[in-house]
Ligand binder design. Structure first.
Ligand code: ADP
Length: 373
């Protein structure tokens, strides 16, 4: 008996030493979210001593903030979700230290299960301030470079259009053909710069959406007319099945146009000549659903999980269609999130794809006054 007790005490002491030796911050909480253990690294990151932290309700001791600096409500705190769902959660959030500083952390939180029941949680987290700084420098650089590229590009664009419109004298058919190639390439470059700028805005949390009443049918008609030239060149057909009434939603028209424009541009790009593109606008419960259907090459099963990942391009499309960055759908996903909507797809390889966009129909609070350009 004495030996068993000694073994137990020995195991306990070893577990404590192991816990304290973890190089990342480590905190354990009981079923009520009160701190039961906090290792020295966590104490040094958060600025609380063991005495100050033990027994305290962790969500109150340490306020958490999301990417945009908004307080994460208790119900959405990873610790709450891990406890309620029994799942391991890995996330990047910001913690407020005792000194009042916000520090970005990368954390993994796991429920502690005893006989299948969660009895608390263990959280391991790492201060990622340095990675954040580097990321920010990278975003600032892309943003600066993109802005600088736009100025010379608009000069190329203006003069190309003046030449094409005959303001500088007549052009031979060969010159005209070359000019068309220059204009198409400049348009593509302009779009890529716009995409890069928008991605840096989303990633840095500086994108601002201005929500106003938007006539959805009209937005889609504008997108279609912008793609009409490519559609005609590929001998495709494009059709809009409007919603019954002249549906208006509260959203940001510029962001919405960017989202639908990307989906339509992909449909055109990844559908062979003579293919069909159809856009359906409908309502389902309290949501607006826009479906962009194509009869194109479709998405192989193996790629379906990666489609919205940054820089991902399917091998099947790379073989046939070389232009693309793999950033379009990553941007779409980020923008749809900003609008409080959803985006998903159904696709059969060789037959076609349908990309769905859903947005809330109920008027939403107008958030701020920023815009995407
Ligand atoms: P990009 O078009 O520049 O490659 P996207 O992010 O817009 O990048 O799309 C990512 C990938 O998703 C594409 O490379 C392609 O493999 C696939 N994809 C997107 N839309 C379609 C579509 N309508 N039909 C078939 N594949 C598509």
């Amino acid at each position: 008996m004495a030996n068993k007790k000694q073994d137990y005490e020995g195991d306990k002491a070893l577990a404590e030493v192991l816990f304290d030796s973890i190089g990342d911050g480590a905190v354990t909480t009981d079923e009520f979210g009160n701190v039961t253990r906090i290792n020295p690294t966590a104490q040094s990151i958060l600025g609380y001593s063991e005495k100050e932290a033990l027994g305290k309700w962790f969500p109150k001791l340490c306020t958490a903030f999301d990417e945009s600096g908004e307080t994460i409500p208790l119900i959405d705190r990873p610790v709450t979700r891990a406890f309620v769902t029994g799942n391991i959660i890995s996330e990047k959030i910001h913690y407020k230290t005792k000194a009042g500083n916000l520090i970005p952390v990368s954390m993994t939180i796991s429920p502690i299960m005893v006989n299948g029941q969660p009895v608390g949680c263990i959280e391991i987290f790492r201060d990622i301030s340095r990675e954040y700084e580097i990321d920010k420098m990278k975003s600032d650089f892309i943003s600066l470079a993109s802005h600088q590229l736009r100025t010379p590009l608009s000069a190329i664009k203006t003069y190309s259009h003046m030449l094409a419109d005959g303001f500088m004298g007549p052009l031979s058919p060969r010159q005209n053909k070359s000019l068309k190639t220059i204009i198409a390439a400049t348009n593509r470059m302009n779009e890529t710069i716009g995409t890069l700028l928008n991605i840096t805005r989303i990633e840095s949390g500086s994108i601002i959406v201005t929500k106003k009443p938007v006539a959805i049918n009209q937005i889609i008609e504008e997108v279609i007319s912008e793609h009409q030239l490519s559609v005609t060149e590929k001998k495709q057909s494009i059709k809009l099945n409007k919603s019954k009434d002249d549906l208006k939603i509260i959203s940001d028209s510029v962001v919405l146009k960017e989202i639908i424009g990307n989906l339509v541009s992909n449909a055109v790009k990844y559908t062979p000549s003579n293919g069909k593109i159809t856009i359906d606008v409908s309502t389902r419960d309290k949501t607006l659903v826009v479906a962009v259907r194509d009869t194109g090459m479709g998405i192989p099963e193996a790629y379906k999980d990666n489609i919205f990942t940054k820089f991902f391009r399917g091998e099947n499309v790379i073989r046939q269609e070389t232009s693309g960055t793999g950033l379009g759908l990553y941007l779409v996903k980020g923008l749809v999130n900003e609008l409080g909507g959803n985006v998903w797809f159904e696709s059969t390889e060789g037959k076609g794809s349908t990309f769905y966009l859903s947005l809330p129909l109920l008027p939403q609070a107008i958030r701020t006054n920023k815009s995407v350009s």
